[in-house]
Design a protein around this ligand. Structure first.
Ligand SMILES: Cc1cc2nc3c(=O)[nH]c(=O)nc-3n(C[C@H](O)[C@H](O)[C@H](O)COP(=O)(O)O)c2cc1C
Length: 190
């Protein structure tokens, strides 16, 4: 990550293709490295006729298919929102790079299957497993802040298939913004 961070920061890239490649390299780092500034993003979804948003952890990435993976409880409100409206936006910000990403994406939630069970097999060995062992769905009213854990997991994997990237660079020598989507790459005004 250090080398990539240096690349993004010191050599100010001018070429859109190089910037797009650097974005995906940084996302790969974020999926691997716990304290990467893009490790936690804010995922916005559609809740009926309102917006909703929350922090999520980037767990994995398939660069070839432009797909990010996030873990969640399949009983959560966000899972219900995604089932009704599968479009969302994942926002990431790195003060170190001065880079904001707004990733417009198609979202799908998988709660069963080989990929989910093999990821749970790894996850259940970690302290983070408790997030998926609550007997109650997320957001249920409770009498105490630390309710007991159940033994049955409620674990799902969200695929975030990126359709468009909106990149903004905040920089002392002038801010820049570019977009990358199925129509190509372009500079746009801030
Ligand atoms: C730093 C941070 C990281 C989080 N990561 C996740 C995550 O990866 N998956 C998840 O379901 N919730 C995560 N949460 C909790 C969500 O932000 C949210 O509070 C919870 O999932 C309920 O969201 P919902 O009501 O929109 O479904 C995280 C919260 C914080 C503060």
């Amino acid at each position: 990550m250090a080398a990539e961070r240096t690349e993004a920061m010191s050599a100010r890239l001018d070429d859109l293709e190089a910037i797009e490649a650097a974005i995906w390299r940084e996302l790969e780092s974020a999926a691997r490295i716990r304290n990467h500034p893009w490790r936690v993003g804010v995922l916005a979804t559609i809740d009926g006729d309102a917006a909703d948003a929350r922090s999520v952890v980037l767990r994995d990435l398939h660069t070839a298919t432009r797909t990010l993976l996030i873990y969640l409880d399949p009983r959560s409100p966000k899972a219900r929102q995604i089932a009704a409206h599968p479009l969302g936006t994942l926002v990431m910000w790195s003060a170190t790079m001065g880079w904001q990403l707004r990733l417009r994406a198609h979202l799908t939630v998988q709660a069963s299957g080989l990929e989910v069970s093999s990821r749970w097999a790894r996850m259940k060995m970690t302290p983070g497993a408790q997030d998926y062992l609550s007997p109650l769905p997320p957001g249920s009213p409770i009498a105490h802040p630390n309710p007991e854990r159940g033994s049955r997991e409620h674990f799902a994997v969200m695929s975030v298939k990126v359709l468009a990237v909106d990149w903004t660079e905040v920089h002392a020598q002038g801010h820049r913004r570019a977009q990358f989507d199925e129509l190509g790459r372009r500079w746009v005004s801030i």
